[in-house]
Design a protein around this ligand. Structure first.
Ligand code: FES
Length: 80
């Protein structure tokens, strides 16, 4: 599974750095290093809503440093 986090300027201002740090922690906590590839990406063209994150190419909506854990549990853990 590949997760991409946008680090374009709009997403950066909304906390993409923090989102990446939290995702790294969640991946480590769940021992998913071999299963989930976390990558940074330039602008993904959806600058309007929170930090833009894709999971296997599918957009995950409403990701912020506060919501990322719940979204990870719902969308990533359940899919593995
Ligand atoms: S800056 Fe993140 S989608 Fe455009």
């Amino acid at each position: 599974m590949e997760i991409k986090v946008c680090i374009g300027s709009s997403c950066h201002l909304r906390g993409s750095y923090e989102v990446i740090e939290k995702l790294k922690q969640l991946i480590a906590d769940n021992k998913l290093e071999g299963k989930v590839n976390l990558a940074a990406s330039f602008c993904l063209g959806k600058c309007g809503t929170g930090v833009t994150v894709t999971c296997n190419g599918e957009f995950l909506d409403g990701v912020t440093p506060e919501t990322v854990e719940g979204i990870f549990n719902e969308r990533v853990l359940k899919a593995l």
